[in-house]
Ligand binder design. Structure first.
Ligand SMILES: Nc1ncnc2c1ncn2[C@@H]1O[C@H](COP(=O)(O)OP(=O)(O)OP(=O)(O)O)[C@@H](O)[C@H]1O
Ligand SMILES: [Mg+2]
Length: 287
């Protein structure tokens, strides 16, 4: 285990009751301050892995640890784990249950036994972080899907976790909703939260993450996102396609537009900026 591992699974195997082995002798780490994208085909075990990291499932063999300390799967150990690691499940309806948004967000801090003023402060902080202060008193079941997703994330943020784990947080959001969520996640990262996200979107992973972990039949393959997502054989194994940005990078390098891979554009806007730079300023006559 490396020194910067904030949460780690060592030698972890897991099978559901009467089910096949989902993860076998898995070593996995979440490194402090590194945004991590978890990718893999349907049924590859992303959700299972996230539930093992957040203590919702107990490994059959192997060990979960936080900052080097082994986690015990008893009441005390799991309560402690919840202050460090928070999981937001894919479907907000599996997470939200209280009458109003603010009540829902307050549930975790209340359960920690915090005094009322501190609970209130955390709820306000989470509402602001997710930009849903205007929804505080609304019943959760009357919110739109995107609003419910934000409310569910706010509930996890109110626990002030060191690691926030999000299972397909952008699925079902419109493009603007996705962009706004990425801005929110960047703000949380700037505030010191380590964020892990499961996604099927390789383009999103490339522009958002520092590192990628691919769940393949041969095991988990991890590394810097722009290296992992540039390996066609790994992508094939994981049922993924080449990200747009990597394909563009390879073309730009082949045509000597780029001198090195490090300066490759990660978004269409960055590619447009590069093109504008190469084309030089337009004269008024050209429009
Ligand atoms: N509660 C459960 N009981 C039994 N088997 C399960 C359960 N949940 C998941 N599985 C099985 O475990 C395997 C891994 O599922 P998991 O949900 O972790 O995959 P995933 O990578 O999150 O997939 P997706 O991309 O579809 O969300 C699958 O074969 C699935 O059928
Ligand atoms: Mg899943």
């Amino acid at each position: 285990m490396s020194e910067s591992a904030l949460v780690a699974l060592q030698g972890v195997s897991f099978a559901y009751e009467d089910g096949p082995v989902v993860l076998d002798a898995l070593d996995f780490e979440v490194r402090e301050g590194r945004a991590l994208a978890l990718l893999g085909r349907n049924g590859s075990g992303k959700t299972t892995l996230m539930r093992l990291l957040s203590g919702g499932l107990q490994p059959d063999t192997g060990q979960l640890s936080v900052a080097g300390d082994p986690v015990r799967h008893d009441r005390k150990g799991l309560t402690r784990l919840r202050t460090a690691v928070q999981l937001v499940v894919q479907d907000p309806d599996d997470q939200l249950f209280a009458a109003s948004v603010a009540q829902d967000i307050s549930f975790g801090p209340l359960n920690l036994g915090l005094p009322t003023p501190q609970v209130h402060e955390r709820v306000q902080e989470a509402l602001t972080a997710l930009d849903i202060a205007a929804l505080a008193d609304r019943p959760t079941h009357l919110l739109s899907y995107g609003q419910r997703k934000r409310a569910a994330i706010a509930g996890a943020v109110a626990m002030r976790p060191r690691v926030l784990i999000l299972d397909e947080p952008t699925a079902g959001l419109d493009p603007d909703g996705q962009e706004r969520l990425l801005v929110t996640l960047d703000e949380l990262r700037d505030g010191g939260t380590t964020v892990v996200m499961a996604t099927h979107d390789v383009d999103l992973a490339l522009r958002w993450a520092d590192d990628a972990a691919l769940l393949t039949p041969g095991g988990v393959r991890s590394g810097p996102v722009d290296a992992v997502l540039a390996r066609p054989e790994l992508l094939r194994e994981a049922g993924l396609r080449l990200p747009w940005g990597i394909a563009a990078r390879e073309l730009l390098l082949a045509y000597d537009v780029l001198e090195d891979a490090a300066s490759a554009p990660r978004t269409p806007a960055e590619l447009a900026a590069l093109a504008a730079l190469r084309a030089g300023p337009r004269t008024p006559a050209e429009g």
